[in-house]
Design a protein around this ligand. Structure first.
Ligand code: CDP
Length: 229
């Protein structure tokens, strides 16, 4: 399917499968995939390791200046790096998940991530996933999807993912982490998680990923009058 040079924004709650879906769509369309959550996770890992955040989620104001020296980037295979170090495994841990939402409420951290996304998306043909892509980061994105799914389905998906990665998660803790992140993400002052008025809702509680891809391809074809496969 040949699609025009557009931006696709995928927003939604935690563990709705946004990133697996966006990665697959990017592959199918020949688009660049950008995982905005990985950038918030990378900043969180950096803040934890450098002592800018404590157990009470208090963030030192010195983090703002330190971000200037933070070399956070994506490899072409979508893995996240700080300098030479691949941080992909660390940023997906429960430890990072437990502090990423407080970190993501801080306006200067959101500005840092937004600037990076704009820089990376300069060439166009991008699919991005996050919480505020269609509302704040790229409000002019041509296609916007808001993903949601039943909370129990989401918790089970995240639990299975962590088990696959060799972690030893507790389902109740995973569920509680999702609940807390949904709450903080939806209630923060700066760019809270919300559906853009022009976003299509995709509830994938009972859908396979290929059904999701077919659904979104249908949307794109309809919008741009594309008749090929
Ligand atoms: O993969 P998962 O659904 O767990 O979340 P993620 O996309 O990796 O994002 C992790 C956290 O980063 C979210 O819970 C938000 O607190 C924050 N985030 C955000 O505030 N804005 C974004 N555009 C993306 C992520």
């Amino acid at each position: 399917m040949i699609v025009p040079d557009i931006i696709i924004a995928i927003d939604g709650f935690s563990s709705t499968g946004k990133s697996s879906f966006a990665k697959l769509m990017a592959k199918e369309l020949g688009f660049l995939y950008l995982d905005s959550g990985a950038l918030y996770r990378g900043v969180t890992l950096f803040a934890q390791e450098e002592g800018f955040i404590n157990k009470e989620n208090e963030i030192s104001p010195a983090l703002e200046a330190a971000l200037e020296g933070l070399d956070l980037w994506f490899a072409t295979d979508n893995r996240t790096f700080i300098g030479e170090r691949c941080i992909e495994k660390e940023i997906r841990s429960m430890e990072v998940s437990s502090q990423v939402s407080p970190i993501a409420t801080v306006p200067y951290i959101r500005r840092f991530v937004d600037a990076k996304l704009h820089e990376l998306a300069k060439g166009g043909r991008v699919i991005m996933d996050g919480r505020d892509i269609g509302t704040t980061v790229f409000p002019n994105a041509e296609i916007k999807i808001f993903m949601t799914a039943d909370p129990d389905v989401r918790a089970q998906r995240r639990y299975d993912e962590l088990v696959m990665k060799g972690e030893n998660p507790n389902l109740d803790e995973v569920k509680e982490n999702l609940r807390q992140r949904d709450y903080i993400d939806s209630h923060r002052e700066t760019s809270p998680l919300s559906r853009a008025k022009d976003a299509f809702i995709l509830d994938n509680s009972n859908m396979t990923i290929s059904e999701e891809v077919a659904w979104v391809k249908g949307l794109i074809k309809g919008k741009f009058n594309i008749y090929d496969d």
